[in-house]
Design a protein around this ligand. Structure first.
Ligand code: SF4
Ligand code: SF4
Length: 369
């Protein structure tokens, strides 16, 4: 999800359920077909503009997600932009697109550049890591094809960010992963693999408690120790900012994520966010967003932070708030439990704090007279 301050409402739109890859760790069932209808698209956009205006948000963030959103075709995105232009909101609107990139062509690139879409390409790092997980229907890895699309984007004056999924195979390779993205010259975000609707797909790749935290610590060391021009690493940059007193910006760090985002599937079914496939809130075609976000599960999640009494004494409470309820659900079927990555968060928060303290202990250089 994009990094959005509380002043932004994020609509996560899934134009198609299907995907043209067959990634081993995929949390979703990507074999579906069909495309979101124009009526569903229009309704989702109209209701979002209305809700965001009513609630006093200053910006709308549209996150195009999937499945693989480019399977919807360029005309789908043109239609969306036409509808949005007709809504003339007093709100600014930013577009983010999460894609495997394989369907990018000259027309898509021109369109996304002209409308200032920020692209996030799925790329797990060095070739063997990526190709061991991100396979086409023919069973072949997609790394070379993704890099080809990175070069295509560059020819159109665009530089995407990257999203890398972290599995057991990534452990111990933090320096290499950092240097790989540094070599591409763009920032990246890491996400630990999590189970989803088909947990049997991912079970052998899941990280044990503490492994993700230690991975983040080593990645942090690679980042701060980098000799050449650094590239941004999320979520480390966000943790660093939060620990330095700059406030929390990730949905997972806030007291509640309810009220600032909504996911809409091709059928119009609404979910709290794109990963939250297990709990439908209703359908956007017959309910306003305020009604969807008043579903019993949302009411329960609004109370979650108050109920996490085991977290309240934690020194990281103000920048964590118990983490992501969906992680709690997929790992333990308890939405109101704390995030199972708790130990990992404590490890990385503590590691960053010590690095900041070390910096402060360094002697000031004497001013040159
Ligand atoms: S459920 Fe988790 S990932 Fe989804 S919006 Fe909430 S905090 Fe973010
Ligand atoms: S780090 Fe762990 S104990 Fe602390 S607030 Fe986060 S989930 Fe709770």
């Amino acid at each position: 999800m994009p990094v959005d301050g509380p002043e932004a409402f994020t609509l996560i739109l899934e134009p198609v359920p299907g995907c043209n890859l067959r990634c081993r760790y995929c949390y979703s069932d990507c074999t579906g077909s069909g495309t979101m209808t124009r009526q569903t698209l229009r309704t989702a956009l109209e209701k979002t503009v209305r809700y965001a205006a009513d609630q006093g948000f200053r910006e709308i963030h549209l996150l195009w997600h999937g499945g693989e959103p480019l399977l919807a075709g360029l005309d789908f995105f043109r239609t969306a932009l036409e509808i949005l232009a007709g809504l003339t909101p007093d709100l600014s609107c930013r577009h983010y697109l999460q894609t495997n990139g394989l369907l990018l062509d000259d027309d898509f690139c021109d369109f996304f550049r002209d409308y200032e879409f920020q692209l996030g390409l799925s790329l797990d790092g060095p070739q063997d890591l990526h190709d061991s997980m991100r396979l086409g229907p023919d069973g072949r890895g997609s790394h070379g094809a993704v890099l080809e699309k990175v070069r295509l984007l560059a020819r159109h004056g665009m530089a995407p960010g990257f999203n890398a999924v972290i599995t057991r195979g990534s452990l111990g390779r933090e320096q290499e992963i950092y240097r790989y993205f540094q070599g591409l010259g763009r920032g990246f975000r890491v996400n630990p693999v999590t189970p989803g609707l088909s947990p049997e797909n991912s079970i052998e790749y899941l990280l044990q408690p503490g492994e993700y935290g230690r991975f983040l610590c080593r990645l942090f060391d690679a980042w701060v120790g980098a000799a050449r021009q650094r590239v941004r690493v999320s979520p480390l940059d966000l943790y660093l900012r939060a620990l330095a007193g700059g406030g929390t910006y990730e949905c997972q760090q806030r007291e509640t994520c309810v009220g600032s985002c909504l996911g809409v599937k091709p059928s119009g079914d609404a979910v709290l966010c794109n990963r939250f496939e297990t709990h439908l809130l209703g359908n956007i075609l017959d309910r306003e967003i305020g009604e969807l976000l008043a579903a019993p599960i949302c009411e329960a999640l609004r109370r979650r932070a108050g109920m996490l009494s085991a977290c309240h004494p934690c020194r990281y409470w103000s920048i964590c708030h118990g983490g992501c309820p969906l992680n709690a659900w997929v790992c333990g079927q308890d939405l109101l439990a704390k995030d199972p990555f708790c130990k990992d968060y404590q490890l990385i928060f503590n590691h960053i704090e010590r690095a900041l303290a070390d910096l402060q202990r360094e002697p000031h250089p004497r001013p040159v007279p």
